[in-house]
Design a protein around this ligand. Structure first.
Ligand code: FAD
Length: 446
């Protein structure tokens, strides 16, 4: 009998700060009674929820069940920094430029399809710009090397025919209130989301049409006649087909073993700033900065019903076990505090209210884990760090593959080569963690 059992289930470290600052949300049901489905989706992040919505759009007669291990917005989809980016964003590069002009044009066009899909979600869910803001973002530099990366990226955008604006030190201070930045490159196409707000809204909207279950981790699935039996601890779903949208946990079921890199990222969010602190900080009430060096520090200022706050995202570590430790989170927190003081020396009394860690999944060649893995079992995983746009796109693509037999989005992912194997342990961990430490050290003040 063909059967796949989960070797491990997701375990989160620290609260998902974005979710914690929203009002409590009523829980959706767990899967407690056996059910049937045409398609069962495993995982309720960007890929799983987008797949569910796209399936609904393409064939509303399909019975779709979605099983999420934890609560919606408590996984990585609610733990990220909220940059839904249209431009190439190669984390392994020095300046984000991608694989050449033609490839980058194709990437941009596809990312914008994902953004258009999400814009439609925002419209249907009545999201305000607190949750979904098509405001663009800055690549901010803090050193001469960073200024150079920005100029190189600007040249690349010029060749692509993409709009951008360069800002000098004083203009960056007027925008961010921080004296830290020496230059900035603004590109208008990124949408800034409140990730937990977006995921909550999309899951609640979908729950009106399909069967969504949370706190229902899939522990195994096995062949049953011409379909599959998907098992949780309490019940099971007999289903025609399965979409695995569980990102790095695809490997927990034995797929793509030793080919996926499980990277943990860390973030801290301040308590709401007081009116005096807001005045001292200066700058605009909302702005978003990715570092000119991809291994540097992302910073966001948010404002709205959940207060005026600053977010710091930096530090990364490699974990084949797909989970990090509270000690690592504590260590990252010290780095966050230092990065905060460097950027906002005029806000010495501001404390961090939430600190968290979250996993993302990369491959060594930037390929995804997309397509049919077994007869009737599909995957839409491995987003290579850009999961808001790419996870949305993979979800759309896998739904099109199942209902229409293919599409240009599906073809784009299907044409990618297999993620290459990683070296055996402990060499993979030693190599990856040394590389990350070196890249972070090299990014310096960025
Ligand atoms: C701190 C941080 C900052 C980031 N910043 C950005 C950013 O600004 N922009 C960006 O594009 N990306 C960012 N990312 C990456 C982004 O969050 C991920 O790439 C994205 O969440 C991937 O989407 P996904 O739907 O593929 O997977 P996930 O969001 O991880 O969703 C997969 C879901 O599957 C569930 N699952 C796993 N196993 C099972 C099982 N056995 N049964 C049922 N459910 C299961 C998980 O609980 C999870 O909810 C960041 C990540 C982190 C951690």
């Amino acid at each position: 009998m063909t059967a796949f059992t989960a070797k491990r289930l997701p375990r989160q470290t620290g609260p998902a700060g974005w979710n914690a600052i929203l009002p409590p949300q009523p829980t959706l049901p767990r899967l407690e009674q056996n059910t049937t489905a045409d398609i069962t989706i495993v995982g309720g992040g960007f890929a799983g929820l987008s797949a569910a919505r796209r399936l609904q759009q393409l064939d509303s007669t399909l019975k779709v069940v979605l099983l999420e291990a934890g609560r919606f917005a408590e996984g990585s989809a609610g733990r990220n920094s909220g940059f839904m980016i249209d431009l190439p964003h190669d984390l392994a590069s020095d300046n984000y430029a991608g694989d050449g002009l033609e490839a980058d044009r194709a990437t941009i066009a596809l990312n914008r399809r994902a953004i258009a899909f999400a814009t439609d979600v925002a419209h249907d869910c009545d999201l305000t710009d607190e949750t979904f803001d098509p405001c663009g973002k800055f690549n901010a530099a803090a050193t001469r090397a960073g200024d150079r990366h920005n100029r190189e990226f600007a040249q690349h955008l010029e060749q692509l025919g993409e709009p951008y604006t360069l800002y000098d030190r004083q203009q960056m201070q007027e925008i961010t209130g921080s004296p830290h930045y020496t230059s900035g490159l603004y590109a208008p196409g990124t949408v800034m989301i409140q990730p937990a707000g977006y995921v909550r809204a999309l899951s609640s909207h979908l729950a009106e049409k399909i069967d969504l279950f949370e706190n229902s981790p899939v522990t195994a699935f096995e062949k049953q006649g011409s379909g599959w039996l998907v098992k949780t601890r309490d019940a099971q779903a007999s289903t025609g087909r399965i979409i695995l949208a569980n990102n790095g946990h695809l490997e927990s079921f034995g797929f793509f073993e030793h080919r996926l890199m499980h990277i943990c990222l860390y973030a801290s969010m301040t308590e709401p700033l007081t009116p005096e602190q807001i005045k001292t900080l200066g700058g605009l009430p909302r702005w978003s900065v990715t570092p000119a060096d991809p291994m540097g520090t992302s910073v966001r200022r948010i404002s709205g019903s959940y207060g005026d706050r600053l977010l710091i995202r930096t530090c990364s570590s490699f974990h084949p076990t797909i989970e990090t430790s509270p000690m690592r989170l504590r260590n990252a927190g010290w780095v966050h505090d230092r990065k905060f003081r460097e950027r906002f020396p005029h806000l010495p009394d501001v404390r961090m209210e939430h600190r968290w860690a979250g996993m993302l999944c990369l491959s060594r060649n930037g390929s995804t884990a997309f397509g049919e893995l077994e007869n009737g079992v599909f995957s839409a995983c491995c987003q290579n760090g850009l999961g808001i746009a790419r996870g949305t796109l993979q979800g759309m693509g896998v739904a099109e593959l199942l209902t229409k037999g293919g599409s240009d989005i599906a073809d784009h992912f299907l044409a990618q080569p297999m993620p290459p194997r990683l070296p055996p342990e402990p060499f993979a961990s030693l190599g990856a963690n040394s590389y990350l430490i070196w890249k972070e050290w090299r990014s310096g003040k960025e």
